[in-house]
Design a protein around this ligand. Structure first.
Ligand code: ADE
Length: 226
């Protein structure tokens, strides 16, 4: 799978994909991440990609031409399966969306800045608008990093059995159960004895029960979902 990101700040997005699972996904050839600087398609030699908004008001708007020219140029290679715009007024990102996107071949993520992008780019090109939560970031880059990480780790073959995504929180509409490692007792707090029994069936039942209790307590809304 190839994920391309169009941004005015490509530097912000180098480190997040150079470590851990994202690094492994790329080394295994399962994920390719390409960063594109929108300024390569600026309208003048000053690198301009934004302008004042019609109707007045504070804040600049990312202009049509640089975005349209960038997308058209990138699509010369082949069409994107999805063109995603990161924006706080988009659909709230969740595991279900991540699962769906992980099955695509080639996607483009556009990072907004300032007041956002000209609405006509959203109308003409964007196929999906994603928000990572009800708060406003200074730009779409960190949100894009979140989305790429969530997608990348579940691309088939990226995780080994040990780290299987199937036991993640949200995969079955349940939060993950508590986990413990050595020592068996820490500051007077013991590991739940059932985890030391070596009985896989009992352990699994306990984990299911704990996942359910945790979800009921912290996120009852998940239990109402489909
Ligand atoms: N850009 C700024 N804030 C954002 C958010 N919450 N989600 C996605 N993109 C954003």
């Amino acid at each position: 799978m190839t994920i391309e990101i169009l941004t005015v700040l490509p530097e912000l997005l180098t480190s997040p994909f150079e470590h851990s699972i994202m690094k492994r996904a790329q080394e295994k050839g399962l994920l390719e991440i390409k960063l594109h600087s929108l300024r390569d398609w600026a309208i003048n030699k000053h690198g301009q990609v934004d302008d004042y908004q019609y109707g007045g008001g504070a804040g600049m708007v990312m202009m049509c031409e640089p975005l349209a020219n960038a997308i058209d140029a990138l699509e010369k290679e082949s069409k994107f399966d999805e063109i995603i715009f990161m924006t706080p007024d988009g659909n709230r990102f969740d595991q279900k969306q991540a699962n769906g996107l992980s099955l695509k071949n080639r996607i483009l993520i556009i990072c907004g800045h300032y007041k956002g992008i000209d609405q006509r780019i959203r109308d003409l090109y964007v196929t999906r608008e994603i928000s990572i939560g009800d708060y406003v970031l200074s730009g779409g880059e960190l949100a894009a990093a979140v989305v790429v990480d969530a997608i990348g780790r579940i691309i088939p073959g990226v995780l080994n059995d040990e780290t299987s995504a199937l036991t993640d929180s949200f995969q079955d509409n349940l939060l993950a159960p508590p986990v413990y490692s050595r020592p068996a007792e820490f500051r007077g707090l013991p590991v739940p004895p059932i985890l030391l029994t070596g009985d896989p069936k009992k352990v699994e039942e306990w984990r299911q029960e704990q996942a359910f209790l945790r979800t009921k307590q912290r996120r009852p809304d998940l239990l109402d979902g489909e």
